[in-house]
Design a protein around this ligand. Structure first.
Ligand SMILES: Nc1nc2c(ncn2[C@@H]2O[C@H](COP(=O)(O)OP(=O)(O)OP(=O)(O)O)[C@@H](O)[C@H]2O)c(=O)[nH]1
Length: 281
């Protein structure tokens, strides 16, 4: 996803999601379990109001299990059905159709009362770029659905994917833009790969990460970089990691760019363990 989000794109995305939602019974929202709020777009609350909703905390394999549990309770209290999943491996995905059908039960009952033959329940996946929408659609479809990019002038008919006997899923997800209202949100989106590298300041993002790890997961830093303690000053922490990893320039000076690259890469690839960058409240 290389789109840069300008007001025009946002309005278009909202309109498209709105259009899709007209024919939808249950809304499935996909967020990144490491940053469930930063990877949501609040516009969805307005778009999907009055519809039963399932919240999927995806990439749960990368998130801190303790935090994920807290987030599950958080969203349940807000009236969502919630599942934690790993769309890549398929963990938890089996439960999705079950929960969707449960959520649609009142609708099915209503159809029956009206003497109608209940049709399949229609669901749509909605989320910001890179949260795993295509991955889960392919999982639920049990085959690879080709990605259809934007092709001007080509209108694609709505395609439904059958998921079991009683559920149908729209084959293209609804894409919403990430939030840009707060610097910390931007850092979290950058660290988890939701926004393109070119549009964030690499050094600032890494400082944010290191500060966060220092406060929330100091033992992971100590373990990964062989530190005996965590120094008070950030610059000393950079120095210690740099020295341990041999990131030196001439004259024994620490190469901070290399330290930042190591931290960023090792966080992204899960080498620092399962880490959530956000906690409820
Ligand atoms: N570790 C992990 N990676 C995942 C999971 N789900 C998806 N991914 C990876 O996340 C990346 C993005 O997945 P996509 O399915 O392309 O995401 P998308 O939301 O369709 O992205 P856009 O097309 O940009 O809107 C891919 O590299 C996936 O392999 C998961 O549960 N765990």
């Amino acid at each position: 996803m290389s789109i840069q989000w300008f007001p025009g794109h946002m309005a278009k995305a909202k309109r498209e999601a709105q259009e899709k939602l007209k024919i939808i019974d249950v809304v499935i929202e996909l967020v990144d379990a490491r940053i469930p709020l930063s990877s949501r777009n609040p516009v969805i609350d307005e778009l999907a109001k009055n519809k039963p909703r399932l919240m999927l905390l995806n990439k749960a394999d990368l998130a801190d299990p303790k935090r994920t549990e807290q987030w599950m309770s958080y969203f349940k209290e807000k009236g969502f059905a919630v599942l934690e999943i790993n769309a890549q491996k398929g963990t938890g995905v089996r439960k999705v159709p079950e929960v969707v059908l449960d959520l649609a039960q009142p609708l099915i009952e209503k159809m029956k009362r009206k003497g109608m033959n209940p049709r399949a329940v229609r669901a749509l996946i909605l989320g910001i770029p890179n949260v795993g929408k295509s991955t889960i659609i392919n999982r639920l479809a049990k085959k690879k659905i080709a990605k259809i990019g934007d092709k001007p002038g080509v209108t694609k008919a709505q395609q439904w994917i059958k998921v079991g006997q009683e559920m149908e899923l729209l084959d293209t997800p609804g894409i919403l833009w990430p939030k840009f209202n707060d610097e910390a949100v931007g850092f979290r989106l950058a660290l988890t790969g939701a926004i393109k590298e070119e549009i964030f300041d690499f050094q600032e993002t890494t400082v944010f990460l290191l500060k966060f790890l220092k406060e929330n997961y100091p033992e992971r830093l100590m373990e990964r970089y062989g530190l005996e303690d965590i120094p008070e000053e950030m610059v000393q922490l950079y120095d210690q990691i740099g020295r341990k990893r041999g990131c030196l320039m001439g004259g024994g000076l620490i190469d901070y760019d290399r330290v930042a690259e190591i931290l960023f890469r090792e966080f992204r690839s899960g080498m620092l363990g399962r880490i959530s960058l956000e906690a409820p409240n």
